[in-house]
Design a protein. Structure first.
Length: 175
């Protein structure tokens, strides 16, 4: 079992932004899109390997081959006033995360380490709750795939809306 001390969450880390083209859900969205207009990218390092811990840099982030940053998982978040049904809605409904009753929208998540996808969802939500107490909901903008459905339902989210191009799952405010 991993402990909190083995999780390192970073926001808009330059090393993580190099991996956005590997996003299996939305590879067309570049790093600039993901970090502008009230959007953020969180990266997570997670490990049980003591050898990896000995290779961690100043901020506890793992640097792999050639001393290159390698995240365990990445999640992209947009802040909106309404539940989006498409990527275009992320701009249409964009708002400051400090706005009352704003919504944190997890619009893509992927992982490189087993178990890191689940952990980054909850770590990002905890960080957002602490930094932006005005956020009232945690929603996804998910592809209509069985993998997405199984992932979110398996992590205690509930199906909120089924749209033409996407599904929205809602995560509880407290996990």
């Amino acid at each position: 079992m991993l402990t909190h001390s083995e999780l390192v969450l970073e926001k808009n880390h330059p090393g993580a932004l190099r991996f956005v083209h590997e996003d299996p859900v939305r590879p067309e969205l570049d790093a600039n899109y993901r970090t502008s207009n009230n959007r953020e990218v969180f990266s997570l390092q997670i490990t049980e390997d003591p050898n990896v811990h000995s290779l961690m840099g100043d901020h506890g982030l793992y640097y792999g081959e050639n001393n290159q940053y390698k995240p365990g998982a990445i999640i992209c978040v947009a802040y909106t006033t309404k539940v989006p049904k498409s990527v275009n809605d992320l701009d249409k409904y964009s708002c400051s995360p400090y706005e009352a009753n704003s919504i944190a929208v997890f619009y893509t998540v992927w992982s490189y380490q087993r178990g890191a996808g689940r952990k980054i969802v909850f770590a990002a939500a905890e960080n957002i709750r602490n930094e932006y107490p005005t956020v009232a909901q945690f929603i996804t903008l998910s592809p209509k795939t069985e993998m997405a459905r199984a992932f979110h339902l398996g992590n205690n989210a509930v199906l909120l809306l089924e749209n033409l191009e996407s599904d929205n799952y809602e995560y509880p405010l407290h996990n």
